[in-house]
Ligand binder design. Structure first.
Ligand SMILES: [Zn+2]
Length: 116
């Protein structure tokens, strides 16, 4: 699959996703949810175009995202929400460190979560 000059288009809003720090796909890759072989083939989305995931990013540098409806984290188990916030926020911070870091792609993902 050839990479478009404008970068990948978000499958939700149709706009380009210019930076990996805007990328839901790369966030999921850092989380270990996407295999590196799928990175070039999987659909791209902006972080904010996947609010169900983005609501778990809790950081002063990230404008909070709220979800209306059954996937609202405020309706979910607080312990599970805390675990998810910790992990997704850590992944997002790591994503911000990656540009220019010189790390190889396979060094991006966080260590696997401890089993719960
Ligand atoms: Zn989008």
């Amino acid at each position: 699959m050839a990479r478009c000059d404008r970068g990948y288009l978000c499958e939700v809003c149709g706009e380009p996703v210019p930076e990996i720090t805007d990328s839901d796909l790369y966030l999921r890759f850092v989380l270990g949810e996407v295999d590196s072989r799928l990175l070039l083939a999987a659909p791209e989305r902006h972080l904010r175009c996947n609010p169900v995931q983005a609501q778990f990013i809790v950081d002063p540098h990230f404008e909070p995202v709220e979800v209306e409806g059954p996937f609202d984290k405020r309706l979910q188990d607080p312990g599970e929400v805390s675990r998810r916030e910790f992990r997704v926020t850590a992944a997002w911070r790591r994503l911000r460190e990656l540009p220019g870091s010189g790390l190889p792609l396979n060094a991006y993902p966080l260590p696997p979560d401890s089993p719960t």
